[in-house]
Write a protein that binds this ligand. Structure first.
Ligand code: HEC
Ligand code: HEC
Length: 368
């Protein structure tokens, strides 16, 4: 469905809603607010966003979602919020290996960057895809005992008794605070986090006048190299397309295991129960990768050099290792990248950094 159609649908829906409500104007609670559609700034090289027609973005909804994202009222002891583990300067991930929640307990996985969440295949959220829709992951961390550890009914009470939030919820939804609307508002804000203005995007925009350096181009060629032999290079096989992920679940050889029971974290297999999914994790986008260290679902690598050492000579064997990972276990020989190839790949990966995204004032903390 195109954006124009969505806007029309939205406008007619709000007119219908408006005219169906009585407004006897006795106090503020009877005012029916009209929302303004929020127009996403979608880069020309991106696909259409997959936003359901009944969850359209509004200026008021996004504003409320941004406040909730940055408000420590979301945690039991009001010390933390989404922003504590999703930092704008790090493309909305956490520079810690494992994020620590309000009770000082370390989580089991590395935080994930938040951008371009409404594009590409809808294959689920979090490292194992256990959340099918974004709304689920928008509120799960609130109740999670090792994250914000606050029961949702209590949060709803806090918001109802707050001096600003009841009005903000009415302006955005014409309703009082509820669990579903908290999820809807935070989701709306997360959907505005679009990142597509890196140097790489300029190389690929005709007439931008920006060209890659020789080293960057060499890395770009290596990244895209498909030799035709399964398991040789093939970064693009999993991290391809404009979004730099194909949204699949893969095992890139981080863990040695003789059987599927030996994976310390079952990954996708823990969700589906299917043998081939054990040890598989969501392929992360490589956009902004220079800002999102440490790397992998368990944050095991501190630098991109360490990541490349892994792909070069560090792949471990297991029953579900992807055949597209070049290694002695798949093709009979490791990638064995030369120093120059590693430097070129890193130079290319650095071109995926979008500084306009991490400096965009619309995504920053509204309380500062
Ligand atoms: C204590 C740290 C912490 C807090 C607080 C936190 N997150 Fe996260 N977030 C994580 C971790 C860790 C993951 C990966 C979880 C996994 O794979 O099991 C994650 C994953 C996500 C994802 C999935 C992204 C993707 O690409 O699949 C979304 C969306 C998200 N968080 C949103 C939020 C929102 C919204 C809040 C606030 C309500 C929040 N997070 C609070 C640590 C945190
Ligand atoms: C078979 C699919 C596949 C191929 C081929 C592949 N990757 Fe990955 N990549 C993954 C998966 C899956 C992860 C996340 C694994 C995890 O955390 O368990 C990942 C993680 C990464 C990360 C860390 C990103 C982050 O945010 O943590 C980088 C960087 C990376 N890959 C670069 C590359 C490069 C460069 C190549 C080519 C040499 C490549 N990958 C080839 C599947 C693949």
């Amino acid at each position: 469905m195109n954006r124009f159609y969505l806007t029309i649908l939205f406008l007619s829906a709000s007119i219908l809603y408006f005219s169906s409500c009585k407004n006897d104007g006795e106090d503020d609670k009877d005012i029916v607010y009209t929302q303004t559609p929020y127009i996403l700034d979608i880069p020309a090289n991106f696909p259409e966003p997959n936003i359901p027609a009944d969850q359209l973005l509004t200026v008021e909804g996004v504003k409320l979602g941004r406040m909730l994202f940055y408000d420590p009222i979301l945690s039991a002891d009001t010390t933390m919020g989404c922003f504590s583990c999703h930092l704008q300067e790090n493309a909305f991930t956490d520079p810690k290996i494992k994020s620590v929640g309000i009770d000082g307990i370390e989580g089991t996985r590395n935080s994930m960057p938040l951008f371009n969440l409404s594009f590409g295949l809808n294959t689920g959220f979090t490292w194992d895809g256990s959340k099918e829709v974004l709304e689920q992951q928008a509120i799960e961390p609130i109740e999670n005992p090792i994250e914000l550890h606050l029961m949702l009914p209590e949060l709803v009470e806090r918001l109802k008794n707050h001096e600003d939030y009841p009005l903000l919820f009415r302006q955005a939804f014409n309703e009082e605070p509820s669990q579903d609307l908290i999820a809807a508002a935070i989701t709306q804000f997360m959907r505005t986090l679009i990142s597509g203005k890196s140097r790489y995007d300029l190389f690929t925009t005709a007439g931008s006048g920006v060209e890659p350096t020789d080293l960057e181009r060499q890395g770009w060629n290596l990244f895209n190299l498909e030799t035709g032999t399964v398991g040789e290079f093939e970064c693009v096989h999993c991290h391809g397309g404009t979004l730099f992920t194909e949204f699949t679940y893969e095992n890139n050889g981080l863990t040695a295991a003789n059987s599927i029971d030996e994976f310390p974290d079952p990954g996708r297999g823990g969700v589906t129960g299917v043998t081939k999914d054990y040890g598989r994790f969501k392929v992360p986008s490589l956009r902004n990768v220079a800002l999102t260290a440490p790397y992998m679902h368990d944050g095991r690598f501190e630098t991109l050099e360490e990541v490349l050492d892994h792909y070069s000579n560090g792949v471990h064997n297991s029953p579900t290792l992807s055949p597209d990972i070049g290694s002695e276990f798949t093709t009979g020989k490791n990638l064995s990248l030369t120093m120059e190839q590693k430097q070129a790949l890193i130079a290319f990966l650095n071109t995926l950094t979008d500084t306009t995204f991490i400096n965009n004032p619309e995504f920053s903390n509204p309380f500062e």
